[in-house]
Design a protein around this ligand. Sequence first.
Ligand SMILES: [Fe+2]
Ligand SMILES: [Fe+2]
Length: 307
Amino acid sequence: MSKKFISFKLDYPIYTLDKRLFLPASKELTSEALDELIATNKDTSYQALSFLEYGTVYQDIVRLLQKPPYHIIFEELKKTIALSLMKKISFISPILEFLDYLKKYEFYTYRHSLVVFAMSTIIARDLLEKPEDWVIEVMAGTIHDFGKMCVPLKILKKSDPLTRTDRSILEHHALAGFVLLSYFLKDSKSFAARVAKEHHERRDGSGYPLGISLRDRMVEIIAACDIYDALLSPRPYRPTSYDNRTALEEITEMAQEGKLSSEVVKILVSHNRKDKPHFRECRLSTEKRGIPPAENLYGIIVEKEGS
Ligand SMILES: [Fe+2]
Ligand SMILES: [Fe+2]
């Protein structure tokens, strides 16, 4: 990663899971500062455990993938592929503790993290064929929201519209995740750290935190799965989730607007079609027949609490 990518100021502090202040707000973060931070952790060794065998992860993922609408994508063979991949993946203890924290206090992000991982495996397999090209990368789907440990639960679970400050604290999770994963993985160039930083960036530069234009195919896979699954999921700020058809129409529109990779969206669409066409033969329809859920507060910002 070149130096120009690592030079930003933190708007909010970064905390670890045990509420320890890790970095104060306003800290100017450069490549050198980040390397110094990583160096302070070089002698720590973390235990790594199998993802598949950790806690109830296996049962949880199996249960999730057989639920509608995920069961349409994850017919038996694809479920087996996602699960057999999990066998190859180990996570260090700070990551597993984060998954435990989510499971206990923010179940939505826990199940979302498992689904984004599983969906990414299916897309990477179609796009990159040779598993050795992507097995390590899809792990990042599980921890793309690692920085959410710094976002107060009352913001993550809020059912009222967010204030402007809530919104920017929420968006802080991208840079916080990047710094924390760089530190724990002892590598600011690790793919997982990059995904934490870039999964809300868009192809046309309209995303956050840095407004760069996303061009990395693997990051784009995780970014598209992240949005698609967020639409399909129950969220505190809307009484019902998007139905599958409307969610697919939304991501199709985002691809047409140049925000998401059309190739990746085509794969998601093709896995949802009955005849399962090869994604290169799959045409994205511009027709919009779905009905977005009513009373969706997503994106509505109020100036202050209760206004
Ligand atoms: Fe995120
Ligand atoms: Fe996410």
